[in-house]
Design a protein around this ligand. Structure first.
Ligand code: HEM
Length: 418
């Protein structure tokens, strides 16, 4: 499960069917679901019964805080989600693509040509910048540089440290790596609180923080805003960077798709993004802990059961996706997938709040890279999928060699011919 999660889960399904239990250290027993109808039941079920559960909170709360949308349940979750939704559906989203392109242009101009580079960390630099400038809305270049540095150091902390600290369940500030984590977090918080104060004084910007302040007024406290910004950072930047890395990993092994993409057809880029998220889901499954007895299909699950909705299994099932392992963006050009067979962003009242933000960002960044470079994979064979925190990343980081693209000759008009 840890080294080859896709293969392991696919074998379990072949052997046991669409519902099976696996006992995986250190998490314990979990019931995996690979049936779209049952997953729908979990995603859209009563939020008092389906909780996000303790594991997620134990690992993430030191980073995200107690008020994070990712960790809240029931009415508190609904209340904060309602306050946050307008910021992700506003007019502002329409202005983002050009800003995202600008950020990508700045970053790719420094990429080396003629040598092997890993795209994932480079994509992460772009998506971090997008969060800093478009989500938190940092403008001052000094504050931007400090926050960039602090957040990078904070995100570098191993998840095992966070797990250990919360598992210990007592003060472990004698432990140096933990003390270091707390120091960096305090410094980052200070800068984030400064940004919140600035936006409260003048919330006229169209960054997400301004929109949150506009939409929620005083309903969200400074502490709640801080926790939500941290949540958007954690949920939004590594995920999107990984999806971008997979897009290039797949495209460089499918030259016909890459060539068609270069033609600039908007429907095709949308199809490429959807197919990447289908065949290489960044998040393989999402978990819920059930608080009371639940009937799922022919199964009765007792209270306390941990249920994992397997995004990876439903999205790669031959039943719904003929030639499921092949990368064929064309399949998204005609018609919609059957309900709950394409769920890279989850579903129901906890569906990813940043789904449009992420796909908008991917659609803005991919063409910038293609405009600048021709890309060939370092090796012809596909990269394996590997677990990194809660995401599935290309094992070698999506390694490619770039060459500068010779600019297309300008069309020769009558005047220039003269
Ligand atoms: C390709 C990129 C992304 C993927 C694959 C992804 C995936 C997901 C998934 C599967 C969930 C559902 C978790 C659950 O059901 O418990 C989720 C939730 C969430 N995502 Fe994303 N995400 C992406 C990008 C983003 C971005 C860009 C943002 C914000 C800027 C974001 C913010 C969130 C938040 C706040 C939640 C929690 C929603 C709630 O519990 O109400 N995500 N994401």
């Amino acid at each position: 499960m840890l080294s080859r999660p896709h293969g392991f889960l696919a074998r379990c399904r072949r052997r046991y069917g669409d519902v099976f239990t696996a006992n995986i250290a250190p998490y314990g027993r979990m019931v995996f679901l690979a049936d779209p109808a049952l997953i729908r039941q979990v995603f859209t079920g009563d939020t008092h019964v389906f909780h996000v559960g303790g594991v997620r909170g134990r690992v993430l709360s030191p980073l995200l805080g107690e008020h994070s949308l990712l960790l809240l349940d029931e009415d508190e979750h609904m209340r904060e989600r309602k306050l946050m939704l307008p910021a992700f559906h506003g007019e502002a989203l329409r202005r983002y693509p050009s800003l995202m392109e600008e950020i990508a242009e700045e970053q790719v101009s420094g990429w080396p040509v003629g040598e092997t580079i890993a795209l994932r960390p480079r994509m992460q630099a772009i998506t971090l910048e997008v969060i800093l400038r478009l989500v938190i809305g940092v403008r001052d270049t000094v504050a931007l540089a400090r926050l960039r540095d602090l957040l990078n150091r904070l995100l570098d902390q191993p998840t095992t440290l966070l797990f250990l600290a919360t598992a210990a369940n007592r003060d472990i500030s004698w432990f140096r790596p933990w003390r270091r984590f707390l120091e960096i977090r305090a410094q980052a918080n200070e800068l984030i609180y400064e940004e919140i104060a600035r936006r409260r004084a003048d919330p006229s910007g169209d960054d997400i923080l301004s929109l949150l302040v506009q939409a929620s007024g005083d309903s969200l406290s400074d502490e709640e805003l801080r926790d939500e910004l941290m949540t958007l950072l954690i949920a939004g930047h590594e995920t999107t960077a990984t999806a971008l890395a997979w897009a290039f990993e797949r495209l460089t092994r499918h030259p016909a798709a890459l060539a068609r993409l270069r033609d600039g057809d908007a429907a095709y880029i949308d199809a490429v993004i959807k197919e990447t998220l289908r065949v290489r889901p960044v998040v393989m499954e999402v978990g819920r802990d059930i608080t009371e007895k639940v009937r799922l299909g022919e199964w009765e699950l007792p209270a306390g059961t941990r249920v994992m909705s397997s995004i990876a299994l439903v999205q790669r099932a031959e039943r719904d996706w003929p030639d499921a392992h092949a990368f064929r963006p064309e399949r998204f050009l005609d018609g919609q997938p059957a309900p709950y067979t394409w769920i890279p962003f989850g579903g129901g009242p906890r569906r990813c709040i940043g789904a449009s933000f992420a796909t908008t960002e991917m659609a803005a960044i991919i063409p910038v890279v293609l405009r600048h470079f021709d890309l060939v994979p370092e090796r012809p064979e596909s990269e394996r999928s590997q677990t990194r925190n809660v995401t599935q990343v290309p094992a070698r980081g999506a390694r490619v060699v770039l060459s500068q693209r010779t600019p297309k000759p300008e069309p020769q008009g009558v005047l220039s011919a003269v």
